[in-house]
Write a protein that binds this ligand. Structure first.
Ligand SMILES: Nc1ncnc2c1ncn2[C@@H]1O[C@H](COP(=O)(O)OP(=O)(O)OP(=O)(O)O)[C@@H](O)[C@H]1O
Ligand SMILES: [Mg+2]
Length: 376
């Protein structure tokens, strides 16, 4: 059992008491899997997709009935990278299930046999190197064949799925779609942000994944639930926080989970045992978080091309920016021209600085927005 010093977790997943609500969302996700549907889980950044998947994998409906595999493909550049991660994860997760479970994998995925060895007690180790995967399609084919005969149903979460959009391999979506559709014994969760890309992959009629998954959009945690959660955690650790303070933080960060957790984590750390968080502490807590990133932010802005930097600042000042290529916006923020804004925008979207939703642009990092507004 991990001893928790600060109950507001800011990275990863610990256990249900430190995880707020998401009951309906968990039911929906688990229900879809149980009913044989694949799911695309989409939200803006840091809302809690990865947390939700991990939380569901810890529930008995999944834990007791499925082999669950989770890969984060953010850092991958090709289908080969994906295949590598997936095979490694499968071997890793099968370890606790003993030699027999792994043997099915070992005998089915013949192209990786040489790289998977067993010690005297039958514990496997995965020594495959990326370069060992020579024929990607063959290995992929074998992995899917394995999934169909794994002995238990499987659920595979592919996090940061939008990354496949950047692979140079031809027809990745079509290839994956074909295998996934044929596979009877495994359900898939595709999680991702960068909504314009995820939406394109799953909702364009011309693309392979169209209408092949249930789409689950993840919104903010209900404010009342978050207030209850935060008040309880303070209370359980001999401190107090008023609902009003939690609400203030919630609204200041539009209910985006990571920012709430970061600020509450700091507020908690500022509150001595036996006492209560005060309103004044909110600004200090926010400032301390923004300050923690200030070198990273100035470095990041320094590295941006001038036009992108100007546009980023303009969007941050605007908060929610509409019609960024209009002459009015260009004039107001002393930008150059509609076409240069267009080009800069593409750069900022690609680098994930800015998100696009329903015709508006925002700087996705809320702490960066505060920092920019203080410094420019
Ligand atoms: N229900 C929850 N209760 C408490 N903390 C949560 C909850 N969901 C997520 N978190 C925390 O919020 C942070 C962001 O969550 P998570 O990483 O799951 O978001 P994400 O949508 O996957 O983000 P990204 O788009 O950056 O991958 C994490 O630190 C996580 O611990
Ligand atoms: Mg995530």
């Amino acid at each position: 059992m991990v001893k928790i010093i600060n109950p507001f977790i800011t990275s990863g997943y610990v256990s249900p008491p430190y995880f707020c609500d998401r009951e309906a969302e968990s039911r929906q996700l688990i229900g879809d899997i149980a009913n044989g549907n694949n799911v695309a889980l989409i939200s803006s950044r840091r809302m809690g997709k990865t947390g939700l998947i991990t939380h569901c994998f810890h529930q008995k409906e999944i834990k007791d009935h499925y082999y669950s595999f989770f890969i984060d493909i953010y850092a991958t550049n090709s289908l080969r990278d994906l295949v590598y991660l997936l095979s490694k994860e499968i071997v890793e997760q099968l370890k606790p299930f003993g030699k027999k479970a792994i043997e099915i994998f070992w005998t089915t995925v013949r192209s990786l046999q040489a790289g998977i060895t067993f010690n005297v007690t039958g514990v496997p180790s995965f020594n495959v190197r990326l370069g060992d995967i020579q024929a990607v399609e063959t290995t992929l084919d074998e992995i899917f064949r394995y999934l169909d005969r794994a002995g238990k149903p499987c659920v595979i979460a592919i996090d940061e799925f939008q990354q496949i959009h950047h692979y140079s391999d031809k027809n990745v979506e079509a290839t994956l779609r074909t295998y996934i559709q044929r596979c009877q014994n495994a359900r898939f969760i595709f999680a991702g942000s960068q909504r314009h890309i995820m939406d394109k992959i799953f909702t364009s009629a011309s693309r392979p994944f169209y209408q092949s998954v249930s789409i689950q959009h993840l919104g903010s945690i209900n404010p009342e639930e978050y207030v209850k959660f935060a008040v309880r955690l303070f209370h359980e650790h001999n401190r107090q926080v008023s609902p009003h303070i939690v609400e203030t933080v919630y609204h200041r960060f539009d209910g985006i989970t990571w920012y709430l957790q970061k600020v509450l984590n700091t507020l908690f750390s500022m509150t001595p045992v036996g006492s209560e968080a005060t309103k004044k502490m909110i600004d200090e807590a926010v400032k301390s978080n923004v300050d923690a990133y200030k070198y990273a932010y100035s470095e990041a802005l320094f590295r941006l091309p001038a036009k992108q930097k100007e546009l980023l600042i303009a969007i941050a000042k605007e908060g929610i920016a509409e019609a960024v290529t209009s002459s009015q916006f260009i004039k107001k923020h002393s930008l150059t021209s509609s076409s240069s804004v267009q080009a800069a925008l593409k750069g900022l979207l690609d680098k994930d600085f800015v998100t696009y939703e329903k015709g508006t642009y925002q700087v996705y990092d809320k702490f960066l927005v505060i920092w920019i507004n203080e410094n420019f």
